[in-house]
Design a protein around this ligand. Sequence first.
Ligand SMILES: *Cc1c(COP(=O)(O)O)cnc(C)c1O
Length: 492
Amino acid sequence: MIRKVREHPSQNEPLLFELSSPGKRGYQLPDLDVPAVDARAALGAENTRDDIAGFPEVSEVEAIRHFTRLSTWNYAIDLGLYPLGSCTMKYNPRVNEAVARTEGLAWAHPYQPESLSQGAMEIIARLETALAEITGMDAVTLQPAAGAHGELTGILLIRALLESRGNPRRKVLIPDSAHGTNPATAAMAGYEVVHAASNERGMLDVAELTRLVDDDVAAIMITNPNTLGVFEEQITAIAALLHSKGALVYMDGANMNALVGVARPGDFGADAMHLNLHKTFSTPHGGGGPGCGAVAVKAALEPFLPAPRLARSGDGWTWNHHRPHSIGRVRAFYGNFGVIVRALAYIMAHGGPGLRAATLDAVANANYLRKRLEPYYELPYAAPSMHECVFSDERQVKHGVRTGDIAKRLIDYGFHPYTVSFPLIVHGALMIEPTETESKQELDLFADALIAIAAEAEQNPDLVLTAPHGTRTSRVDEVAAARKPVLRWRLS
Ligand SMILES: *Cc1c(COP(=O)(O)O)cnc(C)c1O
């Protein structure tokens, strides 16, 4: 079955400025029943103006309908599968949103006295404990506001520990499959980046690493499963190698959707890691909203964690600001509290067995798509897939069709495109992560669409090369859009 190609009756929508007609108003006010005040006299001339040139004049219902119609142009996780996966847009149960909106939590203020904040502090404490258990680590900070921020915190912790041992060292090892934030983090923390190549199975090579690890290496930053969706099978040997040279293992935990409840980084040798609570643990973040890059560490790094830390006081909690070895604060107050609430709600609603089931479903879904698509798309690495699978456009390129064209044609079939051209070590990559919530029906619709596009690429490549056909705009100049963005509607 193929989902109907999207039609957009609402896509002839003009600009709000074009809907305007002089004198229309969106509101009516009653006659004043208090003395009128001259706004200019009250506010000062510099704070007032008589007119806004070209300001649109429309009725209330025109404004509402205009913006509602525009909102239907957006693809959304509530409409269908979003193959960008947990890294960008994973469906999460609505109950987490309901809990985060509870009045006492949503309106809690960071300057409230501790005696009135005990519930919020208990939530932070419980989440730290749950994440320590999930990761197999000893202590957790929830201060960092994003994954990259967590990385920076983690590497600064490692630097602080090594410094306390007498030498912060100079280099950080980073695999060629790493997310771009990893080398950026190492550089910002003052380290030289040394690249480690993956082997033909898409994994790190212990022999190659043995050559690179010396007494000047502070740490390796490793993503597991890596950005190919492949589990680093040699991870314990890699960790042992680093440790034997006095270096540490930092794990980028953005792909924990593939591990929660099944394997713990603390058990396979990680010393510090971050979790993206806004990826794996519920908060939606496709629009770049608030996040939490929780950092989990082994006991040796605990003294350096950002201050303040929660401490027991009687049968309640207090904030301990006396942390002489701390790297200091990395963020105002205590982190993004709403994200923290959602993550704890997500964890408690699932429970241990439920979290494990979500992981197994995410992996099963990715492997189901992999099996269905393997006959039609090139699979550059044969190693088993975890939560995502990565194809290349090698077969379609013979007909002039590239990954970006296939992605745009998917829009006509009613799906958001997959991740295009990442990871960089796969030429013409199609990276697909369905996540745990998708049904077999939805996965089949998505696979049928990609299989149909593979046939189109062979038989009618022009159809794919000019897609999408069902949207208001089709191909835009992406380079100009990035280099010379027009951010302002110019009034004539
Ligand atoms: C998303 C991601 C990051 C960065 O996280 P942000 O919250 O966007 O800063 C780092 N590493 C990997 C592998 C990621 O997927």
